[in-house]
Write a protein that binds this ligand. Structure first.
Ligand code: UDX
Length: 439
């Protein structure tokens, strides 16, 4: 929304949230999310044509275009638990829009939703009994965290789905015009509602599938002496395959991939396609396998036990340049290491100690004292038996590993879960160094 405000000076954009503290944060210079470049974009428009308000109903009533941008987490209860998307926030937005009414509206699904969600929104809006007209548009967001500003400014494509009626096409055109202020028209794709909804889940499923595919190959590389980075380079040179999203890692994380695949496979089952569901399930199964494999490798190399050993974990965010740790592979890895009675010494430049302890469900008695958070990498590594690198933060590339090695217990191990480091150089220093997909 900040980018729309920044690019479309004629539009007035008001971001609304019932949570007053969150709105206060958006109105301050300590934004609720860390995203490089976001603060500058917000500051450039805030108070001019970009506003943040907790007066939800008034702003929704006055708006011509409403973007529904709420969470659609995996459902944790009842039917579809652990798989289906929990649409209660989307539904409550639709109900609120129906309740406040007010003139002609374009209601845009920005949240990632299962295909045919627009039908639910339509049923709620049409039952409102309020005097207002509306069109529903699907406009999924494809930005990635950490590069969100560049992705928004120069997207590969903008997808806009709408009804084929004249009113529907009119609404599509209005949203096209909004983006056309800064995005080339040939990058703006228009489709029907269902194709647009389904494309978002499909894009994430394909991206995650590439990572699981290369991670599956990494397991074979470790057994055979092949090097997964070399294999990725070799296959990526085929222009039909391409180089992107072939970086083998300890596993993919983030708020989208797993959630969207689970949701996609739930939809497949719902529509009577269990084989298709099973196909996509494998992407998540392989990702879980990769995280567990990483832990097993640590155990195997360290004489089958890490009990009482100090492991410096570098990185907790699900990728670099974000403080987001949702579904981060670090969560599963740390939980398993704690189960194995390791002592974790963790450093991450952006994720806070409180957030980490909460995500590891640490309370007194539950591994509480087995975990220490450090503000300095060198302190985290000091007297550790091993380093496990779990996020590809740039600062990890140029560490003084010679000094770090000297401060560690011997033999000193390093497990690079992101294939970020030069293992041969580390071995020259004296480390027992292991990457992903390298024998
Ligand atoms: C993703 C999609 O890229 C984006 O289009 C969508 O809108 C939201 O979901 P995001 O989750 O922010 O974005 O991050 P992304 O860069 O896709 O990375 C996801 C995970 O995959 C991270 O844990 C990352 O480290 C991992 N990854 C990515 C790999 O392990 N290897 C790769 O080659 C690429």
């Amino acid at each position: 929304m900040a980018m729309i405000a920044n690019k479309c000076s004629d539009a007035t954009v008001t971001v609304v949230d019932l949570n007053e503290n969150r709105i206060a944060d958006w109105n301050s210079d300590k934004l609720p999310v860390y995203e490089p470049g976001l603060l500058e974009i917000v500051q450039s428009s805030r108070g001019k044509n970009l506003f943040f308000s907790s007066d939800v109903k008034k702003n929704v009533r006055d708006a011509e275009v409403i973007f529904i941008s709420v969470n659609t987490p995996t459902k944790e209860y009842g039917s579809g638990a652990g798989q289906a998307a929990d649409l209660r926030y989307v539904e409550s937005c639709a109900r609120m829009i129906a309740e406040v009414g007010g003139g002609n509206k374009i209601v845009v699904e920005k949240s990632t939703v299962p295909v045919r969600t627009a039908q639910m929104v339509e049923e709620i809006l049409s039952a409102s009994g309020n005097e207002f007209t509306y069109q529903i548009i699907s406009n999924p967001e494809f930005l990635a965290e950490g590069t969100a500003m560049a992705d928004l400014e120069n997207p590969d494509r903008v997808l806009i789905g709408g009804e084929s009626t004249p009113e529907g096409q009119d609404a599509v055109q209005k949203i096209v015009n909004l983006y056309a202020t800064w995005v080339d028209l040939e990058k703006i794709i228009t489709t029907n509602l269902w194709s647009s909804e389904l494309s978002k889940l499909t894009a994430n499923a394909f991206l995650a599938q590439r990572i699981s595919s290369i991670n599956a190959i990494s397991a074979l590389c470790e057994e055979t002496g092949a090097n997964v980075d070399e294999v990725a380079r070799a296959i990526g040179s085929d222009s039909r395959i391409g180089h992107k999203f072939l970086k083998s890692s300890v596993g993919f994380g983030g708020s989208c991939f797993q959630k969207d695949i689970l949701n996609l496979s739930y939809l497949c089952r719902h529509f009577g396609l269990p084989e298709v569901a099973h196909y996509w399930d494998q992407v998540v199964i392989m990702n879980d396998f990769q995280k567990e494999r990483f832990v097993q490798r640590i155990l195997n190399k360290m004489f089958n036990t890490v009990s009482g050993k100090k492991i410096a974990v570098l990185g907790y965010a699900f990728k670099k340049d974000t403080n987001d740790y949702r579904e981060s592979p670090a969560i599963a890895v740390c939980k398993r290491l704690l189960e194995e009675k390791a002592l974790i010494r963790l450093y991450d430049p952006q994720v806070s100690e409180g957030a980490i302890r909460e995500s590891l469900q640490m309370e007194e008695g539950n591994h509480f004292d087995s975990f220490t958070f450090y503000d300095s990498i060198e302190d985290a590594c000091h007297e550790s038996n091993a380093i496990a690198l779990l996020t590809e933060w740039e600062e990890f590339k140029d560490l003084d590993f010679q000094r770090i090695y000297q401060s560690m217990k011997k033999p000193a191990y390093i497990f690079d879960g992101r294939n970020l480091l030069n293992l041969r150089e580390l071995e020259k220093i004296g480390f027992r160094a292991f990457g992903i997909g390298k024998a």
